[in-house]
Design a protein around this ligand. Structure first.
Ligand code: CIR
Length: 260
């Protein structure tokens, strides 16, 4: 399995009421025009990396709907549709399930009482790390672990519920490929991460820990030069992208696409 090589990506446009989504950020409200421009830049970057992209229309019933990553776990061996942990996001997966059914012969589902947000799922080349969070509950993590085992993918869990800085596991860790993780500073020394080489970010650059390795490049939020330098020193090709509007809604780079 390769957790860093992709040929396709699914996205959904942000809606006019994007600013009405769930957030804890105090950076002010995003503007629709800047949000659309940043989304368009992100899409163009995925296309420039050779990915075949599909973009679903916005659905204003779901202000957070552009954060499509939370609605599914798409692997090389199968896909499972999640039950997002925030009540306002409960209906988001329907359109995603229909779209992914075009590319996957079978679509599995997380069932109640389980909840899973895709942002809590970090796929690496040796398995999947599942974050139990305020969005992904123990029942959801267990269902997901069983489903992954059934398609031959090992998983481990880490409990992030006491990590005040993390909405999702991938708010603080990302798989860079090559057995290496980008890790936000100050997280517990979880045994599940000890097999990986870890690149720890500077405290003022924590937000950039949510980055995305796609084929030969790493998408990284713009404005974090120390992390970019570290990536270059390790031989990666970082591609900085403006993310300010998504950050205002607690979102990061990974949330904006389902890559498979
Ligand atoms: C939420 O709170 O659900 C959205 N405003 C942000 C979701 C970000 N998703 C992600 O990190 N995977």
């Amino acid at each position: 399995m390769s957790a860093t090589r992709f040929t396709r990506a699914l996205l959904r446009l942000p809606g006019r009421n994007f600013a009405a989504g769930v957030t804890t950020s105090r950076e002010g409200a995003p503007t629709f025009e800047a949000t659309l421009a940043q989304h368009a830049g992100y899409l163009a970057t995925l296309q420039s990396l050779g990915l075949q992209t599909r973009v679903l229309p916005a659905d204003e019933r779901f202000p957070d709907g552009t954060f499509v990553e939370d609605t599914s776990i798409a692997t090389a061996h199968g896909v499972i549709i999640t039950r997002p942990g925030a009540a306002s996001r409960a209906g988001e997966p329907d359109a995603i399930a229909a779209a992914l059914a075009v590319d996957y012969p079978k679509v599995a589902h997380i069932e109640a009482p389980g909840t899973v947000d895709g942002g809590d799922i970090c796929e690496t080349d040796s398995g999947v790390i599942i974050g139990v969070s305020h969005r992904t509950n123990a029942a959801g993590a267990e269902q997901l672990g069983r489903w992954l085992a059934g398609i031959g993918i090992a998983s481990t869990t880490v409990d992030i519920r006491n990590c005040a800085t993390l909405l999702h596991l991938k708010s603080g860790i990302s798989y860079l490929g090559d057995g290496r993780l980008a890790v936000a500073p100050g997280l517990p020394d979880w045994p599940a991460l000890q097999a990986y080489e870890r690149v720890t970010l500077a405290p003022e650059e924590s937000y950039a820990a949510n980055c995305v390795r796609i084929n030969d490049h790493v998408l990284v939020a713009e404005g974090y030069p120390r992390f970019v330098d570290a990536l270059v020193r390790l031989g990666y090709q970082p591609l900085p992208l403006p993310m300010s509007e998504f950050r205002k809604m607690d979102g990061g780079l990974s949330c904006l696409s389902i890559r498979y």
